[in-house]
Design a protein around this ligand. Structure first.
Ligand code: GLA
Length: 385
C-alpha cells in the first residue's frame, strides 16, 4: 500500500466505517510543450507525473453522496439528485461534477447508486500541475468501475473536462484530463485536441541521463477568472476574423493575412497559438529521432512565445527559465495555463540540485516567496489499485 492509500483508507474507516470497495489513483501532469492550444483544437504533449490523487470509494444502497478529504476534514453530504440539478458548491464541485457529467454519456444518472468517497492528493494545489484533473479522473475511473458504465478513456477525459467547465466554471480544454488518463511510464501523451487521437511518445530522458525539474514558483493562479478566459476570447476572435473554425486550421503562412485583419495584440495571441502547434509537431518529430537537443530548443522557443506573444508568463517563471538557460539546461519553459504556477527544466541529473539551489537563492535576492523545486517522472495514468 502506498502512503496515499493508507491515508484514504484510515480516513474512510474513521468517517464512514468499514473497508472501502476499492482504491483508485489518478496523476497530475506537466505539459512539455503545446500551451493554450487545446481549446484551439490543436496539439499538446503533456505527461502524467508521479504525484497523484488517491481515493477510497464504496457504492451505497441509496442516492446519498458523502465526501471527505485530507485537505478539508469535514464530511460533506449531498445526493445524486442535487448533482443532476447542477447544485455544486466548494471543492465538492470536482467529484460531484464528474458524477453529473456521466449523464452526458448515455448513463442514466437517475438509476445510479450514491457513494462514499475519501480523497487524498500529493499534487500541489494551485501550482498548475492539474490537481483538479487528478481528482476528476480518480473519481471518473472509480465511478466507471462501480457503476459498470464501461466508458472508454476518451469519454472519461471529456467527463472530467465537463466537470471543470460546468461544475467548477473554468473554461479549460481537455489536455489535463487526457494526460491523467492516458499517461504511461517514460512516455508523453501526444494528443490531437480535435480528433482526440492519442499517441504515446517515448521520452527516453532517463536513458539519456536527463531529469525533468519542476520549480513551483508559489505564484498562485486561477483559470476560472481573468487572463485565461481573456486569452481564450482573443483566440476565438482571431479564428472568426480569419474565417476558420479554430486556430488549429491556420499555419504560419497565414500570419501575413492575419496581420491585415487583427489588431496588434490579437495578432500576437494568434501567432503564439499557430507557432506553438507547429512546435508541438516538431517536438514529437525531434523526440522520435532521439534529438533531445532539438527538443529542448523548442521548449525555450515555446517559453519566449508565451512570454512575448501570449503574455501569460510572470517574472518568477522567466527567472527560472533564464537560470536554466544559464546553467546550460537542454530546455526550459513555463508549463500550464500561466500567470503563475510552475516552470520546468530538462537537464542532466547531476545538475538538477544545483539549479534548484540557484533558483532558490535568486528568489530570495529578489524578495519573492521561496520556490519549491522537485523532479518528476513520466508515470502511468489513472487506474484502480
Ligand atoms: C490549463 C487548462 C488546459 C490548458 C492549459 C494551457 O492547464 O486546464 O486545458 O488550456 O491551461 O495550455
Amino acid at each position: 500500500m502506498t502512503a496515499g492509500t493508507e491515508r484514504v483508507r484510515a480516513l474512510f474507516q474513521d468517517r464512514f466505517g468499514g473497508e472501502p470497495a476499492g482504491f483508485w489513483r489518478a496523476p497530475g501532469r506537466v505539459n512539455l510543450i503545446g500551451e493554450h492550444t487545446d481549446y484551439n483544437e490543436g496539439f499538446v504533449l503533456p505527461f502524467a507525473i508521479d504525484r497523484a490523487t488517491t481515493i477510497a470509494l464504496s457504492p451505497r444502497e441509496d442516492r446519498v453522496v458523502r465526501l471527505v478529504s485530507t485537505f478539508d476534514d469535514a464530511v460533506v453530504e449531498t445526493d445524486l439528485d442535487r448533482a443532476a440539478g447542477r447544485d455544486f458548491s466548494g471543492w465538492t464541485a470536482y467529484p460531484l461534477g464528474v458524477a453529473w457529467a456521466f449523464g452526458e454519456h448515455a448513463v442514466d444518472l437517475g438509476a445510479q447508486r450514491g457513494f462514499d468517497v475519501a480523497i487524498d492528493s500529493d499534487v500541489p494545489v494551485g501550482a498548475g500541475l492539474s490537481s483538479s484533473a487528478a481528482i476528476e479522473m480518480a473519481v471518473a475511473v472509480a465511478l466507471d468501475d462501480v457503476w459498470g458504465t464501461g466508458l472508454d478513456r476518451t469519454a472519461l477525459a471529456r467527463i472530467g473536462q465537463r466537470a471543470e467547465n460546468i461544475a467548477v466554471g473554468a473554461p479549460t480544454g481537455i489536455m489535463d484530463q487526457s494526460a491523467s488518463v492516458f499517461g504511461q511510464r517514460d512516455a508523453a501523451v501526444f494528443l490531437d485536441c480535435r480528433s482526440l487521437a492519442v499517441e504515446q511518445v517515448p521520452l527516453g530522458f532517463d536513458a539519456a541521463g536527463l531529469v525533468l525539474l519542476v520549480v513551483d514558483t508559489k505564484v498562485e493562479h486561477s483559470h476560472a477568472t481573468g487572463g485565461y478566459r481573456e486569452r481564450r476570447e482573443a483566440c476565438e476572435r482571431g479564428a472568426a476574423a480569419l474565417g476558420v473554425p479554430a486556430l488549429r486550421d491556420l499555419t504560419s503562412a497565414d500570419l501575413a493575412r492575419a496581420e491585415a485583419l487583427l489588431d496588434e495584440v490579437d495578432l500576437r495571441r494568434v501567432r503564439h497559438v499557430v507557432t506553438e502547434d507547429e512546435r508541438v509537431v516538431d517536438a514529437v518529430a525531434a523526440l522520435r529521432a532521439g534529438d533531445l537537443a532539438g527538443f529542448g530548443r523548442l521548449m525555450y522557443a515555446s517559453h519566449d512565445s508565451m512570454r512575448d506573444d501570449f503574455e501569460i508568463s510572470v517574472p518568477q517563471l522567466d527567472a527560472v527559465v533564464e537560470a536554466a538557460r544559464e546553467a546550460g539546461a537542454v530546455g526550459a519553459r513555463m508549463t500550464g495555463g500561466g500567470f503563475g504556477g510552475c516552470a520546468i527544466a530538462l537537464l542532466p541529473a547531476a545538475d538538477a540540485q544545483r539549479l534548484g539551489e540557484r533558483v532558490t537563492a535568486l528568489f530570495a535576492e529578489r524578495g519573492w516567496r521561496a520556490p519549491v523545486p522537485f523532479t518528476v517522472i513520466p508515470s502511468e495514468g489513472a487506474r484502480a489499485l
